[in-house]
Design a protein. Structure first.
Length: 251
């Protein structure tokens, strides 16, 4: 029976098709748009919010329902909801060429925005405009991947952008306090990890340092202070990004 009858046709107007080939046959399910990605990322946990119908099709657009014997042969089970879940997990989401381009353009913008937010020109200490980052990404022919997060791809593209422009991660500014017992020994270790030591104040053997570090080194310094001072040292983040005065701070 076709699901495209007058009583339920409207329910399937906003349809996203997920397709899977198994046992030499093509199987499809009808889902709500934008819900497939939410299900796969475990944001959406209610299957009824994802599936338009718990029916497996050979062809959704033509309303051709898969036969029970075909499903049993291919999946080894009869439960259509469970089969839908398998297709949802491993199938390929079908989107139009127009939607695909829109999705890629949106991802490019997200990646470029993340890079602009996390990086600066090392000479001026100012962030680059998003449009300039986008242009540079095109120049190095960086291909965005819709199944990877903007943050992951931003970290990848930063390394590649260094070949065509002056760019580096914006530095974090930290205040580090070291007890007299460990101060001299740890000062050298901290200085090696820090990009720059801006201030160094000694008081009765205790040391207070203000320094800039690459955000990727934060965990290393945090662990160093906690373990080597047995909790007696401390570290405070003064600013997440070292940007030139007069610029608006970035979250």
């Amino acid at each position: 029976m076709s699901i495209f009858t007058p009583t339920n046709q409207a329910r399937l107007t906003n349809v996203a098709v997920v397709r899977m080939k198994k046992g030499g046959k093509r199987f499809e399910i009808a889902c709500y748009k934008n819900k497939v990605v939410s299900w796969r990322s475990e944001v959406e946990k209610d299957i009824d919010e994802v599936l338009q119908t718990h029916t497996v099709f050979i062809n959704v657009s033509k309303g051709q329902v898969a036969k029970k014997e075909e499903l049993t042969k291919a999946f080894g089970i009869e439960d259509q909801t469970e089969i839908c879940k398998q297709i949802l997990a491993k199938g390929e989401l079908q989107i139009s060429e127009k939607e695909r381009h829109a999705q890629l353009d949106s991802t490019v913008k997200d990646v470029a925005t993340t890079v602009a937010d996390k990086c600066v020109n090392p000479e001026t200490k100012r962030p680059y405009p998003v449009s300039m980052i986008e242009k540079a990404m095109k120049d190095i022919h960086f291909s965005v991947k819709p199944n990877k997060s903007a943050k992951q791809q931003a970290l990848e593209v930063i390394k590649q952008l260094k070949t065509v422009m002056q760019i580096e991660r914006a530095q974090m500014r930290l205040r580090i306090s070291l007890p007299s017992k460990d101060a001299r020994r740890l000062k050298d270790k901290v200085s090696k990890v820090a990009s720059k030591v801006e201030e160094e104040t000694w008081d009765d053997g205790n040391l207070e340092m203000v320094c800039l570090i690459d955000p990727g080194c934060y965990r290393e310094i945090d662990e160093l202070i906690r373990c080597e001072t047995k909790g007696k040292g401390s570290m405070e983040v003064l600013s997440l990004k070292d940007i030139k005065e007069g610029d608006s701070a970035l979250d």
